[in-house]
Design a protein. Structure first.
Length: 296
């Protein structure tokens, strides 16, 4: 029995398409976990809502000239989470390792952003981490928790030692995080800087930082978008990215080095449906960009 069979249950299929696990290139995994969430809770409901929304959006990507219907996707189901953060991260790491060792790309639907910690620990190789997020999430501790959605990136740096951490869309930080980022060599691009430099220059700067890194873990917190476009997130922050700018940046960083990705922190109960739809569009575009890079 695999860890996927032990720790995962099946629900609706993402996009309505289901290749066999053996034939799939991409494996969808829901992680309905939001135990450490602050301000807004409810991200645990996002995997189901995002899947349901995905059944009602068109799958063709004009940006890539590819169709998600042509991709080989397998929806594994939802991870069996617990109220214990460390145990959930352990289970997630084991399932991600199963997927990666099967030479497939895991695509995680959260849940809160802490899940990235478990996923990165499940990788079979060290990778660069690219994070689209309004926040740096580099606190050492928050509300007496050392592992949470506000500290996970620091734990990743300490416990998984990625080749480099690059954060894009930053606009909400504390002084402690800025000091740690400078000390630890965490690179970040603020929304203000992105607007000033433009997407092409920003992507070029990211490429330079990546250097000869051969593997990338991509994580997308939906609060990277301005709340005008994605209001239903755990910690909305004004002055965010527009979809147009985001998708241009996404196209620039989604190449054949991406070995895993996640999308997190949609809170459906605060939504009219717009945030879930943008989340699905984001996943569709990410998958098509990765597929295009793999085929060229």
């Amino acid at each position: 029995m695999s860890y996927g069979e032990l720790y995962v249950s099946q629900g609706p299929f993402f996009s309505g398409l289901q290749a066999s696990f053996k034939l799939a290139d991409y494996v969808i995994l829901g992680v309905p976990f939001d135990v450490t969430s602050t301000y807004r809770t409810g991200a645990r409901f996002a995997p189901l809502v995002i899947r349901e929304t995905s059944l009602n959006l068109e799958t063709y990507s004009f940006r890539t000239s590819l169709d998600v219907e042509k991709l080989r996707l397998h929806d594994l189901g939802d991870l069996h989470v617990t109220s214990e953060t460390d145990e959930t991260m352990k289970r997630l790491a084991l399932v991600v390792k199963d997927i990666v060792d099967s030479r497939k790309i895991p695509v995680l639907i959260g849940g809160e952003h802490t899940i990235t910690l478990g996923a990165v620990k499940g990788l079979s190789t060290k990778a660069a981490v690219i994070s689209f997020d309004a926040h740096l999430d580099l606190r050492n501790e928050y509300m007496n928790l050392k592992t949470s959605h506000t500290t996970f990136m620091r734990r990743i740096n300490e416990q998984a030692a990625p080749q480099v951490i690059i954060e894009i869309g930053t606009r909400a930080v504390c002084q402690e995080e800025l000091m740690y980022a400078k000390k630890a060599g965490v690179k970040f691009f603020t929304t203000q800087q992105i607007r000033k430099d433009g997407t092409a220059k920003t992507v070029s700067a990211v490429e330079k930082i990546l250097g000869d890194c051969k593997s990338v873990y991509l994580t997308i917190d939906m609060d990277v978008f301005d709340p005008a476009f994605a209001p239903a997130v755990q910690n909305p922050e004004p002055d965010g990215l527009s979809p147009e700018v985001f998708f241009d940046l996404l196209e620039g960083v989604c190449d054949n080095r991406v070995i895993a990705l996640d999308l997190v922190e949609v809170c459906p109960h605060y939504d009219s449906g717009a945030t879930a739809a943008l989340a699905v569009k984001t996943l569709f575009e990410a998958l098509c960009n990765i597929e295009k890079a793999r085929k060229t």
